[in-house]
Design a protein around this ligand. Structure first.
Ligand SMILES: *[C@@H]1O[C@H](CO)[C@@H](O)[C@H](O)[C@H]1NC(C)=O
Ligand SMILES: [Ca+2]
Ligand SMILES: [Zn+2]
Length: 588
């Protein structure tokens, strides 16, 4: 037996070397793109999401309704998915869509007997010439489908979910959805949101509507994990008090303290509310006309009044700033952003970010919950976390990536690898916001919050492979989302450096997305790619989405720059199954 195994392994390795593009992934990380295991409440849940396929088409391909003068987005998407997958149109249900400035996006679900699948979905992007430029799909061909009439009453399913996950069902109406399981069958499920403020749980439970078993969850919360404990004495004093009218009125037409109807003089507005404990405990202006000048005193406890006000003010400032920057680059109302009033620009409102500073609940230092569009994103930083901008930006970015991937469901960064990239994007956005010149120094994440120049990650993000040796193949040995995220964030740090080296740096990139500089190009591709990529992408799919985003917006001007940067960290042509490729396309 032993020798057989040895023999088998060496044969397998030989196969891998011979055909790096198609060989099976390393056994240890084979489930990264489909599974994730979480411990919640009384249970350990291993979730499964079918692997997404992803195709990109450069300048685009025709779809069945291409010849129509003004084809309807919904019909075009359904026709294209039907023809591409060879499935009956009656099994495709339109979910959501929006017009971006260079592409239009549609998100659909597989359905059976009129009931949607939660985890069998597809996304189609059309360019301005009405050609299909990207197609992602996790549609399944179930070997067996459960009866579409539930036999377990909803009330029983709710009790079961509450008990197992140690929380309470909230006021979101449960749904009935099919769930594709890893054995190839499809179960009918009651989908029930469960929350527990104290532990920070916010999940969707999938309870089998015939057996009453808990089959899966969607975890809306991205949790932080720090390698060492925070040291409260080392808190940077941030410069909010020196900024005058920081709101970008293109992104926030009524400023940060009004939703168009109600105005405030506190840390509460249309995009965010920063509070402690309850939402009535906000910070009021320090003097008339919206001055919020609070001096943070590092020698006093974080909970003293002025430090608390400084924390609420800073978190409110950072979340609004991220709102305004991301809005300029495409995270708008229609693209499922976080605002109470959407000013009739599409999407669902009433979902500004709630920021609970100095949260006493839970054991983590910061987390962010991203339920579907129409429900508030919730951030909870503890103590000094609210005063460290990169921590707040990191958490807020979870909301952007979870909403823009997969059409606003909050369900599409659930696998280990996609969740890992979620952490990576969050670090990469923080990295972007802290740049003030064309220099691309090594970037250290979270160095203040833990008083350690190495920060909260294993390596600084760096263009030097000596300083940061992480590569795509490193993922094969990693099993935790933040560790996997470091590989992706370091790759994007190198993409950023390459784009800025080629195109220079704009000091007004935060409010002016129309320039041609490298940092502007980078953030456009960053956000554009989120809407293009499939539900639960792996790294090669996410890379392809960047390259397609460049085709859509810049006619492929940066194609070779991107390929070289990705390939420099192992994500070259043919990278797959956590095996590096440094190959770039022949014409590069
Ligand atoms: C597609 O499904 C519908 C509803 O089940 C059915 O009536 C129709 O005949 C099917 N079409 C094709 C081409 O199979
Ligand atoms: Ca919204
Ligand atoms: Zn995170």
């Amino acid at each position: 037996m032993v020798s057989f195994n040895k023999f088998f392994k060496s044969v397998l390795l030989a196969v891998m070397v011979a055909s790096s593009a198609t060989a099976a992934p390393y056994p240890g990380s084979a489930k990264h793109a489909t599974h994730r295991t979480r411990e919640l409440g009384k249970v350990t849940v291993e979730t499964f999401n079918p692997k997404s396929t992803f195709e990109t088409f450069g300048g685009g391909i025709d779809h069945p309704l291409s010849k129509r003068a003004n084809p309807d987005l919904e019909e075009s998407a359904v026709e294209f998915v039907g023809s591409r997958l060879g499935v009956n149109k009656s099994t495709i249900k339109f979910k959501s869509g929006f017009n971006g400035d260079v592409a239009t996006h549609a998100f659909v679900k597989q359905s059976h007997d009129g009931i949607p699948f939660a985890n069998a979905v597809a996304n189609v992007a059309f360019n301005k010439n009405n050609k299909v430029v990207a197609f992602g799909s996790s549609f399944v061909k179930p070997t067996k489908i459960a009866s579409s009439t539930p036999t377990v009453p909803l009330a029983d399913a709710i009790s079961k979910a509450e008990e197992l996950l140690d929380g309470k069902h909230n006021d979101i109406t449960p749904t009935i959805e099919f769930l594709a399981l890893q054995d190839g069958s499809a179960a009918l499920t009651h989908v029930i949101q469960i929350q527990n403020e104290e532990t920070g749980t916010h999940v969707e439970a999938f309870i089998d509507a015939h057996s009453g078993e808990l089959l899966s969850i969607t975890d809306f919360v991205a949790r932080a994990s720090y390698r060492v404990l925070p040291i409260t004495e080392e808190i940077p004093t941030q410069g909010f008090s020196t900024l005058t009218d920081p709101a970008d009125t293109t992104s926030s037409p009524d400023g940060w303290h009004s939703d168009g109807t109600t105005s405030t003089t506190t840390t509460a507005g249309n995009n965010a509310i920063a509070f402690k404990g309850t939402q009535t405990s906000v910070t009021s202006q320090s003097s008339a006309n919206l001055n919020f000048v609070f001096t943070q005193d590092a020698s006093a406890a974080p909970t003293t009044q002025s430090n608390l006000d400084a924390a609420r003010t800073n978190a409110f400032f950072v979340v609004n700033t991220v709102h305004d920057i991301a809005y300029r680059y495409g995270f708008t109302e229609a693209a499922f952003n976080f605002q109470n009033n959407n000013f009739n620009k599409g999407g669902k409102g009433n979902d500004r970010v709630t920021i609970s500073v100095q949260s006493s609940a839970g054991t983590n230092n910061a987390d962010f919950s991203t339920p579907p569009d129409g429900q508030s994103g919730a951030m909870r930083p503890q103590r000094d976390g609210a005063l460290e901008n990169d921590i707040v930006v990191h958490e807020n970015t979870h909301g952007i990536t979870n909403r823009m991937t997969g059409g606003g469901t909050g369900r599409c960064l659930q696998t280990l690898e996609a969740g890992g990239m979620g952490e990576g994007w969050s670090d990469a956005f923080a990295d972007w916001t802290e740049k003030t010149s064309a220099a691309v120094p090594d970037y250290v994440m979270g160095q203040y919050v833990i008083n350690d120049p190495a920060g909260i990650r294993s390596h600084p993000y760096s263009t030097s492979a000596t300083v940061n040796p992480l590569r795509y193949s490193s993922v094969a040995t990693l099993n935790e989302v933040h560790n996997i995220g470091e590989v992706w964030a370091n790759t994007l740090h190198n993409v950023y450096a390459a784009l800025v080296a080629a195109h220079g740096f704009s000091t007004t990139a935060r409010t002016n997305p129309t320039g041609t500089e490298g940092n502007i190009v980078h953030l456009h591709l960053f956000l554009d790619a989120l809407a293009l990529q499939p539900c639960n992408p792996d790294m090669p799919a996410a890379r392809d989405a960047w390259i397609q985003a460049d085709a859509n917006r810049f006619a492929g001007a940066n194609r070779c720059i991107l390929w070289k940067a990705f390939a420099s960290r192992g994500l070259g042509v043919g990278a797959a199954g956590h095996r590096d490729s440094t190959t770039i396309p022949a014409d590069c």
